[in-house]
Design a protein around this ligand. Sequence first.
Ligand SMILES: [Zn+2]
Length: 144
Amino acid sequence: MNIDFKMCMDAKIRFEGIYTKELLCTLRSRVEDMRNQIHLLSAFALFLLITYLFAAEYVPSKQFVINLVVMLVCAVLPDILEPPTSRWHRAFFHSKRCLKCVLVLAIVGWAIGMQSKNYTLLFAAFGYLVHLLEDATTKAGLPR
Ligand SMILES: [Zn+2]
């Protein structure tokens, strides 16, 4: 009788442990989904703002669509390269060194745009920067 009760309690604790773990995993993946949606949403908002301010004449064009898609892909690219599987997933592609490289790319993209009117590289850099700057505001921050 006593052993049965102990076995039941062990099973209950084991079940609750698994249940809690699954619940935490579900919650964590929901939070990560939300974070990706925030990256996409803010990249989209920034894209519209830049286009409205500097390139309103390009709005219904092929280049407009290409730049938008490239910027949105780059806004989630760091998490594709380094999937957020743990708290310590952030490595080079989320680092401050990478941020500096992307800033250089943005300047190069701006220079290319001034020459050829093709700002795709600049928008790609902006998308990536949005992701890194938003991740920098989290508790974990960006590694060196
Ligand atoms: Zn990230």
